[in-house]
Design a protein around this ligand. Sequence first.
Ligand code: DER
Length: 214
Amino acid sequence: MDDDKRLAAEAALAEVRDGMLVGLGTGSTVAFLIAALAARAPRVDYVATSEASAAAARAGGLAVRDMGEVARVDLTIDGADEVDARLYAIKGAGGAMLREKVVAAASDRMVVIADGSKRVRAIGAAKLPVEVLPFARAFVAARLAGLGAQVEARKTLTDNGNLILDARFAAIADPQALAAAIDAIPGALGHGLFLDEVDAAYVAADGIVTRLER
Ligand code: DER
């Protein structure tokens, strides 16, 4: 699986051009991307979607800028927990989905890199992480349960100092409606449904890379 993660990362690397501002996602697949970028050292600057990715990038000699000073990114490359043929994705197993969604939304183009285990017919089996204001934790948990989820709180806080509630649904028949319903919950600050952000996905399975394009 690591070989496939590395293959997917290197396939997406071909989209990086000198002069770009590149968004770095979070997770083990992106770790292979950061290693490849450190080796190839294209003349680009970076923004990172987590403190962990920023630290790994800087350790590899990459120039990481403060996303707080950035309104537009050329290309973001990030992982996913699930991705389907509609290029709907569930993200957030690594807990970075709020910053990942900001950077993805600020990007002219966002591509997912993943091994074949992430490719699904339709998203919905993976847990759906929701970033929650601690002040609202019980209220948001109750609202998610009201939407049909089994809810479990993570023990670690996000880089933003917030909680994560993992919401497991029996199925997600209407991802757009569920995303809107979660967005409408005061105190729910972000979630792992990426329905509009992904422009393409490089999925590697058994040494073969497939590119899905929106
Ligand atoms: O937390 C995230 O959104 C990560 O990008 C995750 O979805 C993929 O992590 P992985 O590459 O370690 O599987």
